[in-house]
Design a protein around this ligand. Structure first.
Ligand code: FPP
Length: 247
């Protein structure tokens, strides 16, 4: 039986988020420079998006570049930015054809201008597509996002537009980058590392976590299906006990 047939259509996660990891190690294993790993990481992006689209996932978020990644050697940062622009330019027609809507979360003001412009153009061009939304987390970290939200909430209070007594979880949600995106039910991290690395800390409060040894450039849609099957075999209790869970 093929892996995809093992997936129950009733319980496909609406949103899957992925920490793509292991490009550098993959390159080293192949005797190449780290950038070669990132270039091959684009294959993993294609596979994950195809797998997600095939089973009806509506949102796929990829951690493409963290706030902390700005501290990597300058050549690697600039190669990653170039790769991002080239990939967007090269893949935009395919995204359009497959009805993929592109979005980005993170501090995009820090991106090189050419990169930001290419990204904004692709976001604008694909904004009406409705098959699946590909969310790129770029220059993103959760602590940056939460800090920004707290500052904006404080400003709203100061301006008299928000009463501190009225602040609840929903208020905080509306100040996050992901205000228009449902929380991910499933988070996948590749390469065997078992960390969250400052990714969607608020949004993954009840997400299932799935770790695989596979290095990101080797990630195939079958790995994506395996993760979804593992997710479907878990019981999500949201703090309740087994007997209270009906679905
Ligand atoms: C982590 O591997 C990967 C990244 C920091 C970058 C991810 C980028 C891509 C897959 C390229 C293109 C992406 C898009 C969306 C077009 P690592 O470098 O931390 O690997 P290591 O832990 O083995 O060193």
């Amino acid at each position: 039986m093929d892996l995809k047939e093992k997936i129950s259509k009733e319980r496909v996660p609406e949103h899957v988020a992925i920490i793509m990891d292991g490009n550098g190690r993959w390159a080293k294993n192949h005797g190449e420079a780290r950038v070669f790993g990132h270039m091959n990481g684009v294959n993993g992006v294609r596979e994950a998006l195809t797998g997600a689209g095939e089973i009806g996932v509506k949102y796929l978020t990829l951690y493409a570049f963290s706030t902390e990644n700005w501290d990597r050697p300058m050549e690697e940062v600039s190669a990653l930015m170039d790769l991002l622009v080239q990939t967007i330019v090269k893949e935009i027609d395919a995204l359009e054809e497959r009805k993929v809507r592109l979005m980005a979360i993170g501090d995009l003001t820090l991106l090189p201008e050419q990169c930001r412009k290419a990204l904004e153009a692709a976001i604008e061009r694909t904004k009406v597509n409705d098959r699946i939304t590909l969310v790129l987390a770029l220059s993103y970290s959760s602590r940056w996002e939460i800090t920004k939200a707290v500052k904006q909430i404080a400003e709203s209070v100061k301006a008299g537009n928000l009463n501190p007594e009225d602040i609840n979880q929903e208020t905080i949600h509306t100040y996050l980058e992901t205000r228009d995106i449902p929380d991910p039910e499933l988070v996948i991290r590749t390469s065997g590392e078992k960390r969250i690395s400052n990714f969607l800390l608020w949004q993954i409060a009840y997400s299932e976590l799935y770790f695989t040894q596979t290095l990101w450039p080797d990630f195939k849609k079958e790995h994506f299906f395996e993760a979804v099957i593992a997710y479907q075999n878990r019981e999500r209790r949201f703090g309740k006990i087994s007997e209270q869970i009906t679905v």
